[in-house]
Design a protein around this ligand. Structure first.
Ligand code: AMP
Length: 274
């Protein structure tokens, strides 16, 4: 595995692959890799000839009040994990944005609700960085985890709207042994908060496993079960439009975000009719 820091080196390499018709797989991350990330890398390994993983903690997707500077980092450990999972290139850009960078990418509708309501500039930052990384890496196929379900939906829509010619593939949500969705932010939880955080997936699973109840009853059931400091949202939504749905008559998604202390945790589960 090669580690590349220079944006120009990465781009030149990628243009060479493209000229030779290589199938390039891409898994973008912010690092501090856990089994959720390495699962995506391993799954992508089987779908491509050249596998690129990026690590970049993107300032554009953090609001001034958020945890950019204290976001956890472990570059050496991450490099070992990427290599073990089968990456050919680890792209850790320095100076990703040139000083005269002027572009922002905005996806309407999908980005205004849920995570977008709590973090108004977040998805613009995500879409902009992913667009720039796509230009530099020139992937044929890119994988994003269903852990960040709204992010996956937004980026799939972006790639389609802009006819990027990049296949956007979902990666399965990977959980810890006790069911907590793996997240780089789990390290912030105190033991007591982590214990209460287990109520999040339990609530979502209970909603999934109550097919005889109506959508509204399932939402009420879930909300009643989450033992958090603040429930930002818990809803059943259409997986493509992210609009709330009342009647569970097709495959849908229950999505939730809750705060435990200062830490916001996201989780979601697929659910459908009986
Ligand atoms: P992040 O480093 O948090 O930006 O995540 C990088 C990629 O890994 C995104 O596509 C995430 O959705 C995905 N990811 C993060 N946590 C998990 C998880 N527990 N299971 C599956 N994918 C995940």
């Amino acid at each position: 595995m090669d580690i590349i820091h220079s944006v120009d080196t990465m781009h030149a390499l990628a243009l060479g692959w493209r000229a030779r018709g290589k199938k390039v797989g891409f898994v973008p991350t912010m690092g501090y890799l856990h089994r959720g990330h390495t699962t995506l890398i391993e799954l992508m390994r089987r779908r491509c000839e050249i596998l690129v993983v990026s690590i970049y903690v993107n300032p554009l997707q953090f609001a001034p009040t958020e945890d950019l500077t204290r976001y956890p980092r472990d570059p050496e450990g991450d490099a070992r994990k990427c290599e073990a999972a089968g990456a050919d290139i680890l792209f850790m850009p320095e100076n990703l944005y040139p000083p005269d960078f002027r572009t922002t990418v905005n996806i309407a509708h999908l980005t205004t609700r849920w995570e977008g309501a709590a973090r108004p500039t977040h998805f613009q930052g995500v879409a902009t960085v992913v667009c720039r990384l796509f230009g530099l890496v020139q992937p044929t196929v890119a994988m994003f985890g269903e852990k960040d379900f709204q992010q996956f939906t937004v980026l799939k829509s972006m790639a389609r709207d802009l006819a990027m010619g990049i296949e956007i593939v979902p990666g399965p949500l990977v959980r810890d042994h006790d069911g907590l969705a793996l997240s780089s932010r789990n390290v912030y939880l105190s033991p007591e908060q982590r214990q209460r955080a287990l109520s999040l997936h339990r609530a979502l699973f209970a909603m999934r496993d109550s097919p005889s109840r109506s959508g509204a009853e399932r939402v009420a059931l879930g909300r009643g079960m989450v033992d958090c400091d603040e429930l930002d949202y818990l809803q059943i939504v259409d997986p493509d439009t992210l609009d709330p749905v009342e009647v569970v008559d097709r495959p849908l998604r229950a999505i939730a975000t809750a705060r435990f202390g200062r830490t916001r945790l996201l989780d979601n589960v697929a659910l459908g009719p009986a």
